[in-house]
Ligand binder design. Structure first.
Ligand SMILES: Nc1ncnc2c1ncn2[C@@H]1O[C@H](COP(=O)(O)OP(=O)(O)OP(=O)(O)O)[C@@H](O)[C@H]1O
Ligand SMILES: [Mg+2]
Length: 280
C-alpha cells in the first residue's frame, strides 16, 4: 500500500497495522449502499467516516469496491500482497489488513484489484452470504472501533450481498434525481429479503442521505417525495453539490481537509452530528 501525493500527513503511510484491540462491545457495522452507481456512496463513506473520526469516534472504513475509490480518496493506492479478497476466502484475518488512515481515530481496509475476482469464486463456493460475516466476526468480538463502514460497489452482486449480510444497518446515499427513487425501492426490498431469510435478521435500513443537492424544483420534489414516504429514514441534513467534494479525492483528501469551511464540509459535519443523534 503506498500513498499518493496529498495534502495530508504522509508519514508512516499505510504501514501501521492497528493491533491489540481492547474490547468495547457494540461495534456497529454499517453498509453504505445503493446499487445505483455514482450517487455519492464513496464520498459519503469517506467524509462521514472522517467527520465522525474528527468527533473522536473510532471508525474503520472497509473499501469493498474493486474500483478502490475510498482508498484513493484517503490518499492510498493499491499495492501489497494481502487483500480483502484473501480475508473473504478465509486465507487471512481481516484484522491483519487494517491500516491507519493517517487521520486520528480513522482506520482503513483498502481495496485491491483482485477483489474483482471474488465474485466468481465466492458464488461458486456458495459462500457469498457468509464470507463477510465470517471475516468480520473477529472484529465484532474484540474491537476498538465504534463504527465500521463498508463502502459497497454499485451493483447487487456478490460483494454488495456479502456486505449487506454482514451489516447491522444500511445507510443509503441518494442523489436528488427522479430515477433514484426506483433504486431506493430495490435496495429496501433486498434488505427485507436478507432480514426475512434469517441470514441477518437484525439488519435495519438506518437512513437515507440525500446527496448532490442543487436547489432545483426537481431536487426539491424528490426530497419531498422521500420525506412523505419515509419520514423517519431521511436525514435532515442534505449534502449540496459542490465541486470541492469532487476534487478532494484527487488530492487524497477528505472534503473536510480540502475545504474545511465550505458548504459540503459543513454538511458532512452536520450529517455526522445527526448520525450520532440517531445512534444515541
Ligand atoms: N456532493 C457532491 N458534489 C459534487 N460532486 C460529488 C458530490 N458527491 C459526489 N460527487 C462526485 O460524483 C461522483 C460519484 O460520487 P461517488 O464516487 O461518491 O459515488 P459512488 O456512488 O460511490 O459511485 P460508484 O457507484 O461508482 O461507487 C464522483 O466524481 C464524486 O466526486
Ligand atoms: Mg463508490
Amino acid at each position: 500500500m503506498i500513498a499518493q501525493g496529498s495534502g495530508v500527513d504522509q508519514q508512516n503511510i499505510g504501514l501501521k497495522k492497528v493491533g491489540g484491540f481492547c474490547r468495547i462491545p457494540g461495534v456497529k457495522v454499517i453498509a453504505i449502499a445503493n446499487q445505483k452507481g455514482g450517487v455519492g456512496k464513496t464520498s459519503t463513506a469517506v467524509n462521514l467516516a472522517a467527520a465522525l473520526a474528527a468527533r473522536g469516534k473510532d471508525v474503520l472504513l472497509i473499501d469493498v469496491d474493486s474500483q478502490a475509490n475510498a482508498s484513493s480518496a484517503l490518499g492510498f493506492s493499491v499495492a501489497g500482497e494481502q487483500s480483502l479478497y484473501q480475508a473473504l476466502i478465509g486465507n487471512c484475518r481481516l484484522e491483519d489488513l487494517i491500516i491507519s488512515a493517517n487521520r486520528r481515530h480513522l482506520s482503513l481496509v483498502p481495496s485491491h484489484m483482485d477483489l474483482s475476482g471474488v465474485e466468481v469464486e465466492l458464488t461458486q463456493g456458495g459462500e457469498h452470504t457468509s464470507c463477510m460475516q465470517r471475516a468480520l466476526a473477529g472484529l465484532r468480538e474484540n474491537s476498538a472501533f465504534d463504527y465500521v463502514f463498508l463502502d459497497t460497489p454499485p451493483s447487487l452482486g456478490v460483494l454488495m450481498t456479502a456486505s449487506l449480510c454482514a451489516s447491522d444497518e444500511v445507510l443509503t446515499p441518494m442523489q436528488c434525481e427522479f430515477l433514484s427513487l426506483e433504486g431506493l425501492s430495490k435496495i429496501l426490498f433486498v434488505i427485507e429479503q436478507i432480514r426475512d431469510s434469517g441470514i441477518q435478521p437484525s439488519i435495519i435500513h438506518e437512513g437515507i442521505l440525500m446527496t448532490m443537492y442543487n436547489n432545483t424544483n426537481l431536487a426539491n420534489q424528490v426530497i419531498d417525495q422521500v420525506q412523505e414516504n419515509l419520514p423517519d429514514k431521511i436525514y435532515e441534513t442534505v449534502i449540496p453539490r459542490s465541486v470541492r467534494v469532487a476534487e478532494a479525492p484527487s488530492f487524497g483528501r477528505t472534503v473536510l481537509e480540502h475545504d474545511p469551511e465550505g458548504t459540503a464540509a459543513w454538511a458532512y459535519k452536520n450529517a455526522a452530528k445527526e448520525f450520532l443523534r440517531r445512534h444515541r
